[in-house]
Ligand binder design. Sequence first.
Ligand code: HXC
Length: 258
Amino acid sequence: MTDTPILVSTEGRVGLIRLNRPAQLNALNDALMDALGAALLAFDADPGVGAIVITGSDKAFAAGADIAAMADWDYMDVYQSAFITRNWEAIRQVRKPVLAAVAGFALGGGCELALACDIVVAAESARFALPEIKLAMLPGAGGTQRLPRAIGKAKAMDMCLSARMLDAQEADRYGLVSRVVPDAELLDRTLALAAQIASFSLPALMAIKESVNRAWESSLTEGILFERRELYARFASADAHEGMQAFLDKRKPAFQHR
Ligand code: HXC
């Protein structure tokens, strides 16, 4: 066991969180998820951070919830401790863009963690599966809900019911991941993408993230209404006026994130 289940650093305006239980293939125990939730919320509150990257090791983004920890739990244990809700829900509270840089296994909760991120950059070695059915368990950290929304019912049922594992190219074709890159370039490419995103106006990024997420959770009419209000709100932002004026002046915009 390592004493530090995650490693946290910043590179410019990008917050980087590395899952750090290599001996257990980054199995997601409570200590790791508590630390991850706290780090995400701290970056979200930090005005110097515009985007967040979560990554694992070369072999595993995360091989799922910690089976050794869960094996003896009973219903009251998980109910009273608000398992999942207590720490996994932190990721849904994050308003800034969150990118997953995935190499190796992203299984069970590891796949669900990637699904909860806004952008998933996969290395060629990345493997995605929801193998909970092999344990007579259930993809209970959003898997049965986010996966069908991401890749459709047919592919999601196949993965959830048969534990089918996708390689990076399949995951890319199905829409589970955003981009596939060579393993050696995974972190650099993801950090560069995050830095590019973080250079844009933060309130505009947050409005876009909230609007895209609305597409998952509302009718088209409701979603379009939400989007329209967010568009109108841009006209109240200094950055939008700066962005448009900079275009007209043929210069680089100087965003104040306001
Ligand atoms: C606890 C795990 C683990 C896990 C791996 N390890 N996955 N420990 N929980 N999810 C541990 C192993 O026990 C082993 O410890 C070490 O990590 C290395 O794993 P190996 O199996 O020896 O490696 P390998 O042969 O390369 O196989 C890799 C693997 C396999 C295919 C990823 O480890 C595997 O199938 N893991 C379980 C995947 C899984 O079922 N995930 C879903 C979990 S349920 P030792 O001490 O022996 O060296 C879940 C529920 C989500 O995620 C919903 C609620 C959050």
